[in-house]
Design a protein around this ligand. Structure first.
Ligand code: 5AD
Ligand code: SF4
Length: 462
């Protein structure tokens, strides 16, 4: 081919510079996933991600509404961005500001009223339409907080990999309506992607070197989709199909509801080696009275039975959970029952939240709200018990050999960092060549938030 260096340089000069995109993400893994997908849909428009908002052509704040202060955080962030936008404008440049996610969904109108310099407001179900919104923005505010009939998944590019571990969204929304929770209102009704689309994305990720996938959904174990055999599959069946993909070594899923922990899924825990022996299964409270008021639709006893079944299927399974303290009407006795449940189960890790009334949810209107002091005191007691349990769990790992996915350079030279099957951070002296592989490591020391390990035998490939 006739190569003309001068014209090649000319064509590079004529290429538009990449536009800078800055995304600030609050909240859950689903939001982190959504942010990555928003960056992917904007890439064909020339947007490349930047680590700082300064100099960005488009700033997206991906918001979380699950607990209080979330919207206030959004407005203080917007105040800072307004100054940046004004600076850019004084230099003759434009900076678009978009507010995405659950606060946008719940409070879109208030955002535009309080911060009229915001250019785009979009809900979690419309980010596949972001390129059109960006194209239309600048002269007028663009708002799209619909729950569109077309599932966004059908209009998104296949997910790209960023390292050996990837999230894969399989389900969205929630029909459970726990009385404290905004998710059914901000994320909408339950939707399960078809198995064929999920398997295709998973194969694509494996082809890009991904060895671990975490299936994501607000209510992921409620997933039920069209199988490739035209039958309706549940999550257990989907996990078995995913386990057959060569290259994928580890499968996880989050977040689950106890009611949807069906026998087929429990059996998968016993039979699918690639399914990691670690399950995040929120219970919220150990008191039947509070569970009923929360509309959780199960008793503490039901949760304990499920845990028993899971452990019977997979003896090395470890559990994590979410708890809420200070739900309206929670007495000292209710709280004691939560502590009892925790002692009975023994959690490897867990999250504890102080109840936070969310506008529009039934529990926010209850008149027996618990004082901030009481909630705070219970929160401290709950955290103390949970942290004692997680330290104890880490201790039991000493001397064990476990497969660790080495997914990052270590904090010190010559070290690598990774994740155990139980999501513990693990540090090990290991050659850089082992980065992005799964290695059997012997745990030699345990700390409250991490483990250190040594190499047992080097495995050639993951
Ligand atoms: N107040 C406190 N915690 C909440 N969560 C959800 N809604 C609220 C609320 N209004 C917690 C639950 C849930 C986790 C994601 O957040 O424990 O499992
Ligand atoms: Fe919220 Fe989870 Fe309850 Fe759904 S199941 S309403 S997401 S806490």
């Amino acid at each position: 081919m006739d190569f003309k260096p001068d014209s090649a340089i000319d064509s590079i000069k004529d290429m538009p510079l990449p536009k800078k995109l800055f995304i600030r993400t609050y909240g859950c893994q689903m939001n982190a996933y959504d942010s990555a997908r928003m960056a992917e849909v904007l890439a064909p428009m020339g947007y490349a991600q930047s680590d700082v908002p300064e100099g960005a052509d488009l700033v997206i704040i991906n918001t979380c509404h699950i607990r209080e202060h979330a919207s206030e955080k959004v407005f203080s962030e917007l105040g800072r961005l307004r100054e940046l936008k004004a600076e850019r404008a004084s230099g003759g440049e434009n900076m678009l500001i978009a507010v995405a996610g659950c606060v946008a969904q719940a409070e879109g109108k208030q955002i535009l009223a309080r911060a009229p310099y915001v250019d785009i407001v979009l809900g979690p179900q419309t980010y596949h339409r972001l390129p059109a919104m960006v194209a239309a923005a600048g002269t007028r505010a663009v708002v799209d907080c619909e729950f569109p009939p077309e599932p966004k998944f059908d209009h998104l590019p296949a997910p790209g990999a960023d390292g050996p571990s990837a999230f894969l969204s399989v389900q969205e929304g929630c029909d459970k309506f726990c009385t404290f929770c905004v998710v059914p209102y901000t994320r909408g009704a339950e939707y399960s992607r078809p198995a064929a689309a999920i398997l295709k994305d998973a194969r694509g990720l494996a082809d890009q070197g991904v060895v671990e996938i975490t299936l994501l959904g607000q209510n992921v174990n409620a997933w039920h989709g069209d199988g490739i055999d035209k039958q309706v599959w549940g999550l257990g069946r989907l996990i078995r199909a995913l386990a057959e993909i060569p290259g994928l070594a580890r499968i996880r899923y989050t977040t689950s509801h106890p009611l949807d922990m069906d026998d087929a899924l429990i059996a998968a825990h016993g039979e699918v080696d690639k399914l990691m022996p670690f399950l995040h299964l929120p219970v919220q409270s150990g008191s039947d009275r509070i569970l009923a008021a929360m509309n959780r639709k199960h008793r503490a006893e039901d949760y304990l039975r499920i845990v028993e079944k899971l452990r019977a299927a997979r003896s090395d399974l470890a559990l994590s959970s979410d708890f809420i303290v200070g739900f309206p009407g929670e007495t000292e006795d209710d709280f004691a029952q939560t502590l009892d449940l925790i002692r009975t189960v023994g959690f490897a890790s867990a999250y504890a939240f102080k109840y936070s009334p969310r506008p529009g949810t039934p529990a926010a209107d209850l008149d027996n709200q618990i004082s901030a002091e009481e909630s705070e005191a219970r929160h401290i007691r709950l955290l103390a018990l949970l942290s004692k349990q997680s330290v104890a769990f880490n201790q039991t790992c000493i001397g064990r050999t476990m497969d660790v996915l080495l997914d990052r350079p270590g904090r010190r030279a010559g070290q690598l960092g990774g994740r155990s099957p139980y999501m513990q951070a693990v540090h090990v002296h290991a050659p850089a060549a082992l980065l992005n592989t799964v290695q059997p490591l012997r745990i030699v020391a345990a700390y409250p938030n991490s483990l250190t390990a040594e190499i047992v035998e080097e495995r050639a490939c993951a």
